[in-house]
Design a protein around this ligand. Structure first.
Ligand SMILES: NC(=O)C1=CN([C@@H]2O[C@H](COP(=O)(O)OP(=O)(O)OC[C@H]3O[C@@H](n4cnc5c(N)ncnc54)[C@H](OP(=O)(O)O)[C@@H]3O)[C@@H](O)[C@H]2O)C=CC1
Ligand SMILES: O=CC(=O)O
Length: 323
């Protein structure tokens, strides 16, 4: 009998076909969770899970007594209770590194789209409103040669810095808990404390993981510190931003505009007040979502799963529980 596994949302079709050669696969595509009879039954028997953003909690682990490995098709792993998984010797893996350029393209694209008001002006043309000359109120702001502050100068933050430095001649400030000497050397990035970064940057881009420490890292006080002309970009996780404070900052003109790819709740409800504002550009969490990148992430996650269930060390293991 083949070992049973769960494929949970957004795993590439070709990779699923390959997994079916070795495993008995049950597929869930639509946020199914505990309480759904099919999901509960599959979880009871599954040795592995591969997929995106499944909330792996103590309750879920209790309901999956045979689980040996959970393989995220993402670099972020705030959906996994790593402590509890390690205590139970269940392996956790993610997909670091291979999505840096793709995500940086998307987040830098979001920054440009926000600064140059691309979605709004696209609508202006397509709705037939371009019957007179453009008005100054519709102008955007320059990106090139401005100051970009990156909070979270890790793999993706560095790829964003590369684009900003070489492509747009921007000055780069950054804030981490520790210095990134490579980014300082390669992109002339300057390390600074968070308050100085917020006060000096024309663009603030958030790229930290979602942890207990980063919850609501950007709140009322932080938005107040930013320049009134500045633009805020969140490419990290919605948990890192107080959405009410962001709404107030945008509405009151404490900051000029924002571009966000991620939300507290995803999919974000259509009545999220942020969606009513004109000075925000929104994306549906698509940082790494290109055909090529999603395939490569699925492939890496599947390789991790195969290795783990063969009792070999997965390539990108997150917890120290391999025995
Ligand atoms: N929008 C999307 O589609 C995507 C979003 N993401 C999100 O981006 C995140 C970052 O990914 P990646 O660049 O690969 O991760 P990395 O681990 O390479 O980088 C994270 C950076 O954040 C810094 N950091 C961590 N905690 C803090 C803190 N408390 N205060 C300040 N800085 C901090 C780290 O530096 P130090 O440790 O020195 O503090 C590090 O430089 C992911 O965790 C994920 O949530 C990722 C991919 C796609
Ligand atoms: O949000 C995507 C990820 O890879 O993390």
């Amino acid at each position: 009998m083949k070992p049973k596994i769960i494929v949970y949302m957004r795993v590439d079709e070709r990779v699923i076909k390959d997994l079916e050669k070795d495993f008995d696969v049950t597929i869930f595509q639509n946020h199914e969770y505990l309480g759904n009879p099919q999901f509960d039954q599959a979880l009871k028997e599954a040795e592995g899970i591969i997929g995106l953003a499944l909330k792996v909690t103590k309750d879920l682990l209790d309901a999956g007594p045979n689980l040996k490995i959970v393989c995220n098709v993402s670099v972020g792993y705030d959906n996994l209770d790593i402590g509890e998984m390690t205590r139970r010797k269940i392996m956790a893996t993610n997909t670091p590194g291979i999505l840096d350029d793709t995500t940086a393209d998307a987040i830098f694209g979001l920054l440009i789209a926000t600064a140059r008001r691309i979605p709004e002006l696209d609508h202006f043309v397509k709705s037939g409103s371009w019957t007179i000359s453009l008005q100054p109120e519709q102008y955007g702001v320059d990106v090139h040669h401005k100051t970009l502050g990156i909070i979270g100068m890790g793999n993706i933050g560095s790829s964003i810095a590369k684009r900003a430095h070489f492509g747009f001649g921007m000055d780069i400030l950054y804030h981490n808990r520790s210095r990134n000497l490579q980014a300082e050397k390669d992109y002339q990035a300057t390390y600074c404390d968070m308050n100085s970064l917020l006060e000096q940057s024309d663009f603030v881009c958030l790229m930290v993981p979602a942890t207990r420490e980063t919850a609501d890292l950007m709140g009322k006080e932080q938005f107040k510190r930013m320049k009134k002309t500045a633009i805020f970009i969140n490419g990290s996780r919605g948990k890192n931003v107080d959405e009410t404070a962001l709404y107030e900052a945008l509405k009151n003109g404490d900051i000029h505009a924002a571009g966000i790819d991620v939300y507290k709740e995803e999919p974000t409800p259509s009545n999220n007040p942020l969606l009513q504002l004109k000075n925000i550009v929104t994306l549906p969490h698509i940082g790494s979502s290109t055909t090529e990148c999603e395939f490569n992430m699925s492939k890496l996650a599947a390789e991790n799963l195969k290795r783990g269930l063969r009792k070999e060390k997965p390539l990108t293991l997150l917890n120290e529980c391999f025995t």
